[in-house]
Design a protein around this ligand. Structure first.
Ligand SMILES: [Zn+2]
Length: 148
């Protein structure tokens, strides 16, 4: 039998992470939101986003940062995690990479990839409606995917 944590990781499509807590609430529009608090696992924490090197921690964020994941059955999925900045010998002080998102993105890798796929294959206004975000947001998703 699968555990709740494993099920949540599958729903949010996150790997190499540890689920701390989760909750199902409604936002101000009455939409259901699944909020998952998580952190990178030990092997994937404190990594430079450019070279992937394990680096010493420079400082920690006081508040959790949010990433939007793909919707799950009409439910909005949001990931929350406190971030750290690391001191990479090659790249200096940078926000550490997280396994579920491209660097400097407020969306999961799957969200960026799905947005890019829709943008390249269907009408842009329909892509915006399906992803529940503006076209400019989708353009930023495309630019992140192009880098990797
Ligand atoms: Zn580096």
């Amino acid at each position: 039998m699968v555990t709740a944590d494993t099920l949540l990781k599958k729903i949010a499509s996150v790997n190499n992470s540890v689920i701390n807590s989760y909750d199902l609430t409604q936002n101000k529009f009455g939409e259901e939101v699944l909020s998952i608090n998580l952190r990178p696992d030990k092997n994937h924490s404190n990594r430079c986003p450019y070279c992937g090197a394990k680096c010493p921690i420079y400082d920690r964020s006081a508040y959790p940062r949010k990433w939007r994941a793909l919707d799950a059955g009409g439910i909005i999925v949001e990931l929350y995690s406190k971030t750290v900045r690391v001191c990479c010998p090659k790249h200096g002080v940078v926000t550490a990479a997280v396994p579920w998102a491209f660097h400097d993105s407020g969306f999961t890798k799957d969200f960026d990839l799905m947005s890019t796929y829709f943008a390249l294959n269907i009408n842009r206004s329909i892509a915006s409606q399906i992803m529940r975000c503006g076209w400019h947001t989708i353009m930023r998703c495309i630019s992140r995917v192009k880098k990797y």
